[in-house]
Design a protein around this ligand. Sequence first.
Ligand code: CA
Length: 453
Amino acid sequence: MRSKMLRLVLSLTTLSVISLSANASVQESVPGEYVVKFKAHPAAMQLMSSKIQLGQSLHAFIKNRISSANIVVVQRASVETAESAISSLQENELVEYAEPNYIYHISKTPAQAGYINLWGLHNVGQTDKDGKVGVAGVDIDVEKAWDITTGSKQVLVAVIDTGIDYTHPDLVQNVWTNPGETGADSQGRDKSNNGVDDDQNGYVDDVHGFNFVNAAAPTNNPMDDHGHGSHCSGTIGGFGQNGTGIVGVNWNVKIVASKFLDANGGGTLEGAIMAIDYATKVGAKVMSNSWGGGGFSQALQDAVARATQSGAVFVAAAGNDGTNNDVSPAYPASFPVENIISVAAIDNQGNLASFSNMGARTVHLGAPGVNVYSSVKGGGYDTWSGTSMATPHVSGVAALLLAKEPNLTNAQVKQRLISTTRALPSLSGQTVSGGLINAYNALTNNTLESQTH
Ligand code: CA
């Protein structure tokens, strides 16, 4: 059987990256001011006792003396470079070190360096990477939801994609580790690499997930060699308390990597089926699918149906063709399986993204999908667009809802998410709900802001 190639639902229009940190190595400091520490030496002590002598010795105006710590703060001509000034100060044999007078800021909550980039989570009217000024409040309203829950390690989400960089500092805490494949076996060997299917789930040494890129010879290593799966994972569950990078919709969650898309973002139907079946086998309650392409496949639809029967919500990208899925179905999003949630993309002003598919009968809701900042492979971060990026926002809210109400069925989760959207004119008549996913409304079952209430 000829395999169909499936493609990532990622818009490549934004890969020309603006360097966010071109001057990251140059910390903000007071111009011309330096903190100088003297050695604990009698000559230094004597020098510090005379402000005039000290100033002459350092070719500087003495602004402040912290005698108990042998430190002075000096001002030098601000026309010289900091490097030059520090070099000059350190030439004094009595000086232990000299530093710029750094400026610090208060830390805000959540203290994520990239949080201002996460307009999808909290839109205060910041500009996006293309300079487009956001409309405050066009977001998924997750800050209020976090007052109710920040997620749960009991909720298992499968990212069916290019894998996950499971060593990424923002992902490592929330990547699933199979308890049945860790620790020592009866012979004292490490279960994670003993070549034995210790938990008898049909997959040998599946510690963080499985890799079906070579479907004929799958491996136990779902490391992301593209970046796309890591980007989606960061939106679902970037670790929210490490002070770096990003925060996801869930601060706590378990994400299992089911990889079938390769380093170029392509994968086979064969691999897709195996990847969905794996996610079903390990019991994922949410499956995030930011990919599509190919024509109708019964085999793929059957795999999605198996996932649905196991109780999973199957979230799928509507597609990036700018077309109407009611007229031209896109798969897997358009399969007539009851628990698929098909997701369109909006920008930071609430417009339907120009690339996004829509469909009043077959695309359920919208989510942030233009200039979304998240984690990528190799421990990095990047800003990408696509219904690929919108999808994990919905997967993330589904997981957050299950953290609060773990006994909901997949049908109830889907119904809740659709009925509690916030209405957006751009999505009215273009989607089933007519609205943008809203985490707070979902958790509080508030249907008053939705057109479907
Ligand atoms: Ca196993």
